[in-house]
Ligand binder design. Sequence first.
Ligand SMILES: [Zn+2]
Length: 247
Amino acid sequence: MPGAFKTEAVVLRSIRYGEADRILHLYSPSRGRLGAIAKGSRRPRSRFGGRLEPFFRLDMVLHQGRGELATVTSAHTIAAHANLRASGAALGAAARACDAVLRLLDAEQANPAAYNLLCRYLALLDGQESPAGDGAGDGATGLGPALAFRLKLALAAGFAPELGSCARCGEADGIRGFSGAAGGVVCGACERGSFELSPEAHRFLVEALGRPLADAPGASELAFRQAERAISETLEHHAHVRLRAAA
Ligand SMILES: [Zn+2]
């Protein structure tokens, strides 16, 4: 649909282009992934200022012409996430989150749940919801929130693993392992081709899906690794996407 349109969006990636332009990979609530060009945005007195950088949440007006890329007409900051930018750990976590969105949600398709999840995670990494409301979101840069984000993103994309009962036979008791091919936890009788999933890792996955992101559960390093492997193998088998390591 050609013409101008307004949308909110998060900048996932910002690439220098030509002498003074930028190409942006955006994620929006109403249209999903969008590609856009911001002409003249790298000139010193550009009206866009420094707003077209990754992790900015913006109110935008874009113009869709005949080409693949929309043109940025205006961009106003909703959230700059300045605290996030001041913390190496938070920047790394935010970059991995945007990369996961880029890989897993490649279609131009509305997915407000995925958009809200991304905004929520960036706000957490920015420290906006820390009890003191002050930090650089260091409490949110751990593996617990990072894996909870991935799992919820998998759910929003339609690839959540089966966690309630054996993904092969439906048995609820005697869960022993996890199988990416089967798409979930498996019982002792169906464990061929699976890897061991400890009760702690299983519990982490269930609680991470059930709780708000700000309240993501903790776990041991081993349980985190098993949970990460469960999410990764589910997405490799069913979404054909390979994510970067979570930390
Ligand atoms: Zn089974």
